[in-house]
Design a protein around this ligand. Structure first.
Ligand code: FAD
Length: 273
């Protein structure tokens, strides 16, 4: 067993989990290399809601204040969801019970990733972009894992952590194709967007969207809304589920992009009722 400072850790994937893990390890003096497929760390400019457990992780790894500052949020302030009917009248269906200190947080996703990259621990971390892992193979001589990348290069480490998302190449290297096959399309799409609170008010919405995260529930559709950026912007996520075929029967080819830009008309059409 090597001393913590000598262990070479490599993380594949620089998303929410990969970067948080890199910071936590670096704070313990463990140097980390992060290998990210994309040209830069990034996310589409929607929001991300943190439950109280995730807020506690940010606190524990010592980056909560940085995150709040970078994301222009004054404090942890979000209680759990209020559920309203999405149909005319919008009566309150359910008020999620919550403990007094169990507060969450709504953040701008890209600002959150910026905050992770700028966090103190990241200075001890080497990050490498354009590095798409294809597989991880154990070296015959040493038994150490070697990461193979699409560009033909390799990287050897003592420990490789897979944080490369739902289509993880690392997971496949560890347990085979079974994981990929187990991921089925849930027949649900969601539309994400950010809307200034003034535009929402001008459109005649009277529901208070600043006090609590809100979920409007409808038949095979629901909308999730929560404020970010000190309540100036509302993160909107609109879900639609197609029940014309059973869940898991529609193929979802790996090479098809899962996130695409669409017109506002498409969303309005989906929600015409
Ligand atoms: C619409 C939507 C809304 C959501 N809202 C919330 C929310 O409000 N709150 C919440 O807690 N969660 C939410 N989630 C879930 C959350 O986004 C995921 O749980 C989280 O992103 C998973 O983080 P991750 O780091 O494991 O993977 P990802 O965020 O997917 O990051 C994986 C990273 O690995 C990189 N990568 C992929 N393949 C490779 C490869 N082969 N080699 C190298 N790099 C690779 C990718 O480019 C990416 O940067 C939401 C998810 C969706 C789809």
């Amino acid at each position: 067993m090597q001393a913590a400072g000598k262990v070479k850790v490599a993380i594949v994937g620089g998303g929410v989990c990969g970067l948080s893990c890199a910071i936590a390890l670096a704070k313990e003096g463990v140097p980390v290399d992060v290998f990210e497929a994309a040209a830069q760390f990034g996310e589409i400019g929607a929001g991300i809601g943190f439950g109280p457990n995730a807020v506690r992780v940010l606190q524990d790894i010592g980056i909560l204040d940085d995150v709040l500052a970078k994301c222009e949020e004054p404090e942890i302030n979000q209680r759990s969801f209020l559920f309203y009917s999405g149909m005319e009248g919008h009566e309150l269906i359910y008020d999620y019970p919550v403990q007094p200190n169990d507060l969450g947080l709504g953040l701008h996703r890209a600002s959150f990733l910026d905050a992770l990259q700028g966090a103190q621990g990241m200075t001890l971390t080497s990050t490498h972009h354009h590095k798409r892992c294809t597989t991880v193979i154990h070296a015959e001589a040493t038994g150490r894992p070697i990461i193979h990348f699409e560009d033909g290069t390799t990287h050897e480490a003592d420990v490789v952590l897979g944080a490369d998302g739902i289509k993880s190449a690392v997971r496949t290297a560890v347990i085979g194709d079974v994981a990929r096959k187990a991921v089925v399309y849930s027949n649900t799409n969601c539309y994400r967007g950010l809307v200034p609170i003034e535009e929402i008010r001008a459109a005649g919405v009277v529901t208070d969207l600043l006090r609590r995260p809100v979920c409007f529930v409808g038949l095979d559709k629901h909308l999730i809304l929560f404020p970010i950026k000190k309540g100036t912007v509302i993160n909107v996520v609109a879900f639609t589920t197609d029940r014309s075929s059973p869940m898991g029967t529609k193929p979802r080819p790996d090479d098809e992009p899962w996130v695409v830009s669409v017109s506002q008309e498409e969303l309005l059409h989906e929600y015409k009722d």
